[in-house]
Design a protein around this ligand. Structure first.
Ligand code: FAD
Length: 423
């Protein structure tokens, strides 16, 4: 195998940010990146593309323009992990050997779990802001719809940016209200969950918008199949007594949020937990079995909100701990589970959910400036004007503004059953 200090798998929000952070801390470290895609996506922008605020092109940059020159880029996916040998194999057969490994593959959208969907996504009024390139179709459908049934779905957790299914719905309803057609549109939210949002503090503000737009809520109602030509969706609703009921609904517009799973290559590897996510300690983000393996972003089993906001706080933790491990020093940096979800409740206003492990609310700004539990104009300004440049020019470049990790000196040094493999 070709040998590197660090091999990074995935050049998304997490992979590119952690590379920048590592190079800032130790510029001579030898890094390889495995990433098959030629384009990098700013996915948090897709909600605003679907709402007619951003253009799709604003959310895309070429991968080559974002990867630092001193990094060896292998334009292939990893197809096999061999942590006991400190090796990964790529789809073209290339074998990379590492002293430390970082896994940042993101998650997989499981479209196949929805029977009958096939290649009907993007036609028959069926759309998803989660699908690469389809947010413009959402906006097209929203503009065209003058009456009828609009259904927005949400699958069982975990999903990335748990608020995004609702964001699409509120922005659509806001447009219909401004066009004075909302009274002719029956908007419905069908969620597999039992609550509107996982952190209770934000529910009252969201419920106000549900009422304002006259949205019909269908809780514990999970999309299982579609008949695209007949514009009909099929749901399984769980009832109070635990039994379930089949429900069929006609639609003119259907915004799907698909079930989300760990990537197959991770599920099949020894690095996965029983469900398939990369099995790391929630504080240090170090793998529970292999000390020289770290993971961050959507692919891990840490119980935070899967968001780019979480990635921003995880990056310095992984960078510092990995370099400590590589230089045989104790690990000290810890991640508190921060995640954020800017809920676009109307055009121009956002309910800014920010919380850490355990669903504990943790705002970045003082309450007099922004009260996250109330819709606020400043939060919209943050989302539309500040967060995109913060992403492209700070996070992806290793500038860690407001992202300093916390430190602990009592992290057990004997957490690992297996040797690190470092030589
Ligand atoms: P990704 O950014 O998805 O990147 C994963 C990368 O790994 C990809 O480049 C992929 O090509 C690569 N890869 C996959 N498999 C392999 C393999 N086998 N080998 C090599 N490379 C591989 N977050 C927020 O903070 N705020 C928001 O408002 C927000 N809104 C969102 C709205 C929508 C509609 C969506 C879809 C997401 C939203 N998010 C939001 C979530 C955010 O985009 C993700 O949490 C973030 O991108 C996670 O980063 P990641 O690097 O883990 O995964």
């Amino acid at each position: 195998g070709i040998r590197y200090d660090i091999v990074v798998i995935g050049g998304g929000a997490a992979g590119l940010s952690v590379i920048a952070s590592l190079l800032k801390r130790q510029p001579d470290v030898k890094i390889a990146l495995a990433e098959p895609a030629t384009e990098h996506y700013y996915q948090p922008g897709w909600t605003l593309v679907g709402g007619g605020v951003f253009k799709q092109a604003d959310t895309i940059k070429s991968m080559s323009s974002l990867i630092p020159k001193q990094v060896s880029w292998y334009q292939n996916a990893v197809s096999h992990f061999a942590p006991a040998q400190n090796q990964v194999t790529l789809t073209d057969g290339t074998c990379l050997e590492y002293r430390s490994l970082i896994i940042a593959t993101g998650l997989s959208l499981n479209w196949a779990a929805i029977d009958g969907l096939g290649d009907n996504l993007g036609s028959h009024g069926i759309t998803s802001n989660y699908a690469r390139g389809l947010a413009p179709y959402t906006w097209q459908l929203v503009q065209q719809l003058k009456q009828g049934d609009a259904i927005f779905t949400q699958p069982p957790m975990p999903i990335k940016c748990a608020g995004a299914p609702q964001k699409a719905m509120y922005l659509s309803c806001d447009h219909w209200q401004r066009q004075q057609v909302l009274s002719n549109i029956n908007a419905q939210f069908c969620t597999a969950g039992a609550a509107l949002f996982g952190v209770a503090d934000y529910v009252p503000a969201l419920q106000q918008y549900v009422d304002r737009y006259g949205i019909q809520l269908n809780m514990q109602t999970n999309l299982v199949a579609v008949d695209a030509p007949n514009q009909t969706a099929f749901f399984k609703q769980t009832l109070a007594d635990g039994s379930s009921k089949d429900i069929e609904k006609r639609f003119d517009m259907l915004h799907i949020t698909p079930p989300q799973v760990a990537p197959e290559v991770i599920r099949q590897s020894p690095l996965a937990d029983t469900v398939g996510w990369v099995d790391v300690y929630p504080d240090t983000l170090q793998h529970k079995a292999w000390a020289n393996v770290f993971a961050l972003g959507d692919c891990t089993n840490t119980p935070n909100a899967k968001t780019a906001a979480a990635v921003r706080k995880q990056v310095p933790v992984v960078a510092e701990n990995l370099l400590s491990q590589l230089n045989t020093k104790p690990l000290r940096a810890v991640y508190d589970g921060y995640g954020s979800c800017p809920l676009t409740v109307e055009r121009g206003k956002i309910v800014l959910a920010e919380f850490v492990y355990g669903g504990k609310v943790q705002p970045t700004f003082p309450k007099w400036l922004v009260d996250g539990t109330k819709p606020a104009r400043l939060s919209w300004f943050l989302k539309e004007k500040l967060l995109p440049p913060l992403y492209w020019y700070a996070m992806l470049k290793g500038h860690e503004w407001l992202a300093a990790p916390q430190y602990r000196d009592d992290i057990p040094s004997d957490r690992h059953a297996k040797p690190s493999g470092n030589s």
